[in-house]
Design a protein around this ligand. Structure first.
Ligand SMILES: NC(=O)c1ccc[n+]([C@@H]2O[C@H](COP(=O)([O-])OP(=O)(O)OC[C@H]3O[C@@H](n4cnc5c(N)ncnc54)[C@H](OP(=O)(O)O)[C@@H]3O)[C@@H](O)[C@H]2O)c1
Length: 254
């Protein structure tokens, strides 16, 4: 891999689910992809996929570790001397027992889904500034648009992340900030869900939508449309009624 004019894109959470599918799509679209996660074996396997076309560079990176982030910055600096697109996709979901809340769970979810994302943007800003078309794509979720049951930690972390993306865009006009808010996607993350997931997409389908949003430098990408429309309708309800609907849905899913 060399620092030619090909788009250099770093994808976090590339060992599984959405990030893996996205890394393959971007490589097939001609990007150099720096594919990051903690699972080295899964990353090496990804780089060997025929679709990767030799354009995926696997890098072990725990985004909650500042030393790991610094090493990743140094590696991208040395190999490419710039970063064109930073895709912040790594994330976790843990459900809360509101009757016996576990503060350590809240800290874990907020650390990965929010604080680590902010640390990544801060660390990679100098390399993004070396790009002619710098972009950060932040993977949040539609989950923060409605008060779902047991979702106090995940929903709050994604609400914080979406707000961060919108506000970052205001203060860094040189940086294109794309906010991605998917609905339900069939990945290891959602395999734990024991409730109905309306309009569930495959990781491949979701990654195709994300690739289009990145390539077209959209501002925000929410999908699938039918779920977005349903959530928007629920948000039009008076606050008290919306909370009642949420409680009813929570009861139905127990
Ligand atoms: N699936 C959905 O329905 C859905 C909907 C809306 C939004 N999202 C968001 O989409 C993103 C990807 O989710 P997914 O469904 O593809 O889940 P997934 O299959 O569980 O993938 C999560 C990825 O995050 C990585 N990761 C976890 N902890 C990490 C850490 N400390 N440092 C670096 N990487 C870490 C994991 O890799 P390692 O374990 O190898 O580190 C894995 O590659 C998440 O931000 C999620 O919130 C998903």
């Amino acid at each position: 891999m060399t620092a030619d004019r090909t788009t250099v894109t770093l994808v976090t959470g590339a060992s599984s689910g959405l990030g893996r599918a996205l890394a393959l799509k971007l490589a097939a679209a001609g990007h150099w992809v720096v594919a990051c996660a903690r699972n080295q074996g899964a990353l090496w396997q990804l780089a060997e996929e025929p679709q990767a076309q030799g354009r995926i560079l696997p890098v072990v990176l725990d985004i909650t570790e500042s030393a790991h982030i610094a090493a990743a910055v140094a590696m991208v600096q040395q190999r490419f001397a710039r970063l064109d697109t930073l895709v912040l996709n790594a994330g976790t979901c843990e459900y809360v027992d509101a009757a016996a809340p576990d503060l350590a769970l809240f800290e874990r979810v907020m650390q990965l889904n929010f604080h680590a994302q902010v640390a990544m943007v801060a660390a990679f800003q100098p390399l993004l500034q070396q790009s002619a078309q710098p972009q950060v794509a932040i993977v949040s979720s539609l989950a923060h648009l409605f008060p779902f049951s047991r979702n106090q930690a995940y929903g709050a972390s994604k609400a914080a992340l979406s707000y961060y993306a919108d506000s970052l865009r205001v203060d860094l006009p040189w940086l294109h900030v794309l906010l991605i808010e998917p609905g339900f996607v069939d990945t290891p993350l959602t395999a734990q869900n024991n409730f109905d997931m309306p309009f569930l997409l495959t990781a491949d389908d979701a990654a195709a939508r994300m690739t289009t949003a990145i390539t077209q430098r959209q501002l925000r990408c929410r999908f699938p449309r039918r779920l977005v429309a349903s959530l928007n309708l629920l948000r039009l309800l008076p606050y008290r009624i919306r909370q009642k609907v949420a409680a009813k849905l929570a009861g139905a899913s127990r």
